[in-house]
Design a protein around this ligand. Structure first.
Ligand code: CO
Length: 134
């Protein structure tokens, strides 16, 4: 069911500092900054030949990454995103297998304008997993 790793997301306390860090040290190509109020994050993507790195900065008071950054002040790896062909089918299977999906389990539009869901880390060895329909 899983296709490519679409991106690995890193929570950062300061997005512009983090972008400069990647640009200065690795000469990376970085996307424009995208504000996603519905997800409580501001993001930028580092485009690599085989995947992308998503830098995440909290946006608003109820940002889902605020708690993570309280625990990991300097930032850290936050989630991994796999591509799937049929997200509704994936959700159905996960629920049948008693996996916990965050929120109401209804796919929402993610950073690429495609439907995404998040699976609770308790269901996958402490790893927060995002599925994105491609
Ligand atoms: Co993501």
């Amino acid at each position: 069911m899983l296709e490519k790793v679409n991106h690995i997301a890193i929570a950062v306390p300061n997005l512009s500092e983090s972008i400069s860090n990647y640009k200065n040290n690795f000469n990376c190509v970085i996307s424009k900054i995208i504000k996603l109020p519905i997800h409580g994050v501001t993001t930028a993507f580092i485009n690599l030949p085989n995947t992308n790195i998503e830098l995440l900065e909290p946006l608003g008071y109820n940002s889902p990454i605020k708690k993570f950054l309280d625990k990991h002040k300097n930032g850290g790896i936050h989630h991994i995103c796999y591509e799937v062909k049929d997200i509704d089918e994936a959700v159905k299977r996960l629920l049948k297998n008693k996996c916990k999906i965050l929120g109401d389990g209804i796919p929402r539009e993610g950073a690429h304008g495609k439907p995404v869901i998040f699976i609770h880390p308790a269901s996958f060895n402490g790893t927060l997993i995002e599925l994105e329909q491609i």
